[in-house]
Design a protein around this ligand. Structure first.
Ligand SMILES: Cc1ncc(COP(=O)(O)O)c(C=O)c1O
Length: 292
């Protein structure tokens, strides 16, 4: 992936840090509402709570519009929307059309949209697209930001390297506060990040590794009676056997596998579990043998 080394990119200390602090950096508080996906990575809510904002869940433009109107009526305007494509935990990918609808809606109503795209290179049945792609935003990134991370695409989690990119005005406003708050990425890590973002070969290898694991594990889970939903991209299989997620977690534990209960990500995940493709090839193969 080519990234612009221009003034509209801020290096971040991994992407979790910016997810947790962005509402605060944008001066949002109890007078504002933040929308997050109904099944979501928990840090979106954590960041909203740190800033003291009201949190609502909404997926897609019609739910976002309903959330905006209701926030307006409560006099806590909807100021920020998080989307996550591909999603952790579901692996759902927003299409170009869905992204465009969200951008047009956000620009019309002056709402900031931040797209967390840390799994964007890990597409299996589809090729995920960034909200900042020209087919989505056209010529204007107004109100639109994207978050990227090297933790997944480059297996760089320990380096803590990510970026925030997009609307130049918002980026400079956020940068101004970050530099005075010491939210700085160490120079050697920045140099490593530039090298990693400029190289796609290692990303192809990572992609192949995860794809092989997914190709083994998905059919084995289906044979064992699980329905795999979404999971079109990203590092997880989102699986259900139409039972309480804790029952499924216990069943996997008996097979020697640790999976995440869907309830961690919102009530809509109560009957799902998230199965990560991050265990070693050998461990994934061992689980596949036990399942089949
Ligand atoms: C959707 C999502 N965003 C952000 C992060 C944070 O990753 P990092 O801080 O390592 O970049 C994760 C980590 O699992 C994630 O799943």
């Amino acid at each position: 992936m080519q990234i612009a080394t221009t003034e509209n990119v801020i290096p971040t200390i991994g992407s979790k840090e910016i997810v947790a602090w962005l509402p605060t950096l944008l001066n949002l508080d109890k007078n504002h509402t933040i929308a997050i996906p109904s099944v979501a990575y928990p840090t979106y809510k954590v960041g909203a709570l740190i800033a003291g904002c009201e949190v609502v869940t909404a997926d897609g433009v019609s739910e976002l519009e309903a959330a905006r109107v209701s926030a307006e009526n409560r006099k806590q305007p909807l100021a920020l929307v998080w989307i996550n494509t591909p999603s952790n935990p579901t692996g759902k990918v927003l299409s170009e059309i869905e992204l465009r609808e969200i951008v047009q809606w956000a620009q019309k109503y002056n709402v900031i949209v931040v797209s967390d795209e840390c799994y964007v290179e890990l597409g299996w049945t589809t090729t995920p697209i960034s909200i900042l792609h020209k087919n989505v935003i056209g010529k204007s990134a107004t109100n639109i930001l994207a978050v990227h991370s090297l933790s997944k695409r480059s297996n760089f989690a320990g380096y803590r390297a990510g970026i925030l990119v997009g609307d130049g005005e918002l980026v400079s406003q956020i940068l101004e506060i970050r530099k005075h708050a010491g939210m700085l990425t160490a120079l050697p890590v920045q140099a490593a990040a530039v090298a990693a973002f400029n190289d796609d070969d290692h990303v192809r290898k990572q992609h192949a590794t995860y794809k092989n694991r997914r190709d083994l594990l998905k059919p084995a889970l289906e044979k064992a009676g699980f329905k795999i939903e979404h999971s079109d991209a990203g590092l997880y299989l989102w699986a259900t056997r139409a039972e309480d997620c804790w029952q499924t977690v216990a069943w996997f534990a008996e097979q020697g596998a640790l999976v995440a209960p869907g309830a961690f990500y919102g009530n809509a995940g109560n009957e799902h579990v998230r199965i990560a493709l991050t265990a070693s090839d050998e461990r994934i193969s061992a689980l596949v043998s036990r399942l089949t």
